[in-house]
Design a protein around this ligand. Structure first.
Ligand SMILES: C[S@@+](CC[C@H](N)C(=O)[O-])C[C@H]1O[C@@H](n2cnc3c(N)ncnc32)[C@H](O)[C@@H]1O
Length: 458
């Protein structure tokens, strides 16, 4: 597909697979990505009164072994990853960096030679990510380390308050045609006092001595914007999503590094801030997220801000009907499992579906103030029997979750399976330890019996 044909598109799925399947080489003008930071946190969102896990930002080595091996085949990146293995060992950090390196390689493939990429991270991993970005995009293409500074309520003691994120800005190549629209910021008080708004002309004489500054006739737009940006965070109470970034931050990046009608890609788009900013600035966009609930929030956001836009968006990967779900289960059982594992509010599908020890998704729900239950999900796209339910109960026990949801199609459920679920008993005499939840339940808007407080389906 030529770049000019690409309209606005939202994808549900792993950006690695989505980019490989749907985004052609050198078709994108600007990429902004705000991936998980390896913060070792589970991010929860409160929507409709209930808490559900938006995503789990903890990393285990076994989850990213495949990424490490895939990256090992890339001669420009492999030596860096080998070096990182020596420094970090086969750790959660290396898992995270392998996962990122593999996805950044796809970003490199889809970016036009005139394109730019901004990787949003925080000081937890920014120093290692810079090394990985150098390997993927080339050290000479590094443009800026932008510090996004914000204020938040003080936390912790005995350190300075941590109040910034880092944006690593690289170009795809050294092309002179690279988009960069100069942005300006206001002059300081002292410059204004001395020169007013006139443009300042300065230079050097033939001996290299600096000439005194003068002013030209026309007015200046301010001074060239620097690399420390003060922009307020979205206050937690107003957030649509736990890691939501402010719209002005994205508008600034998009204004600087793209022009109207250019194509902007956000492979980890969360609640769609990039999409919102791109739409405001008349850019075309592609958004990808692996979380069912993030895609639902994006849909609401678009419907709330842009009349009839949602109807013209290509939304790929998420079955909208029972028949779609059946087709997906036949055509791509892994994708089906990922989708079905996150149908239960509060549950997120595994990052990797292999070596999953019988668990396809996991989440945490509040039962009372400060007290939570862990919920695990197993999905069967094909046939199932009572021994599968029993084995899942054992996996739940080993995974230290209190509740388990076994998800499959209605026509796969037998009386024996229902009995096996009932035999698993109840947690706190209230919630079934094992429940069978069907795809039909989901489409008929029935929820499993879980501590969901006053959760309402979006
Ligand atoms: C830090 S949040 C992005 C927040 C976003 N910038 C915003 O303003 O809402 C990271 C997002 O990446 C998603 N994600 C994690 N791994 C992913 C993957 N492999 N492919 C696509 N999305 C992924 C998570 O579901 C989460 O929504």
């Amino acid at each position: 597909m030529s770049d000019q044909q690409i309209a606005n598109q939202l994808y549900f799925g792993d950006c690695l697979e989505i980019m490989a399947e749907f985004v052609s080489d050198e078709s994108v003008d600007l990429i902004y990505l705000d991936p998980p930071f390896n913060s070792k946190r589970i991010y929860n969102a409160f929507i409709g009164g209930a808490q559900w896990v938006a995503f789990d930002d903890t990393w285990r080595w076994y989850e990213a072994i495949d990424d490490f091996h895939e990256v090992a085949g890339d001669v420009s990146v492999a030596p860096t990853m080998e070096g990182l293995r020596k420094i970090l060992g086969e750790s959660g950090e290396l898992a995270y960096l392998s996962y990122m390196a593999n996805r950044l390689r796809e970003c490199r493939r889809v970016l036009k030679p005139t394109g730019s990429i901004y990787l949003h991270c925080d000081p937890t991993m920014s120093y290692f990510l810079r090394i990985v970005m150098d390997a993927v995009f080339g050290k000479k293409n590094f443009k800026n380390e932008i510090i996004w500074h914000y204020r938040k309520w003080p936390t912790g003691k005995y350190t300075f308050q941590r109040n910034h994120d880092v944006l690593l800005f690289y170009s795809r190549s050294g092309s002179r045609k690279r988009r960069f629209n100069q942005l300006f910021m206001p002059r300081t008080e002292s410059t204004l006092k001395r020169f007013g708004k006139k443009r300042i002309v300065s230079g050097h004489d033939e001996a290299g001595q600096r000439l005194p500054s003068q002013t030209a006739e026309e007015e200046s737009e301010g001074v060239r914007m620097d690399d420390v940006w003060d922009i307020s965070r979205v206050p937690p109470i107003k957030q649509l999503y736990p890691t939501e970034k402010p719209l002005p931050l994205l508008e600034r990046i998009i204004s600087a590094s793209s022009n109207p009608d250019d194509l902007v890609l956000d492979p980890f788009c969360g609640c769609g801030t990039t999409i919102h900013a791109a739409q405001n600035l008349d850019r075309r966009w592609i958004g990808i997220d692996i979380c069912v609930n993030a895609c639902k929030v994006i849909q609401k956001r678009i419907e709330g801000h842009f009349d009839s836009l949602w109807d013209n968006i290509e939304f790929v990967g998420m079955p909208k009907t029972l028949d779609d779900a059946k087709v997906l289960a036949d055509y791509d059982p892994f994708k089906f499992e990922r989708w079905a594992a996150s149908l239960v509010p509060g549950v997120e599908a595994n990052k990797r579906q292999r070596r999953d020890k019988g668990i396809d998704g996991r989440g945490r729900l509040p039962i009372r103030k400060g007290q939570f239950v862990d919920v695990v999900v197993q999905v069967k796209s094909g046939s199932a029997n009572p021994s599968h339910v029993q084995a899942f109960n054992e996996a739940r026990r080993q995974g230290q979750a209190q509740l388990g949801i076994f998800t499959c199609f209605e026509n796969r459920v037998t009386d024996g399976m229902r009995n096996a679920a009932v035999n698993a008993g109840k947690y706190l005499d209230e919630w079934p330890v094992i429940q069978i939840y069907t795809i039909e339940d989901f489409f008929e808007r029935r929820l499993p019996d879980l501590p969901l407080a006053d959760f309402r389906l979006p």
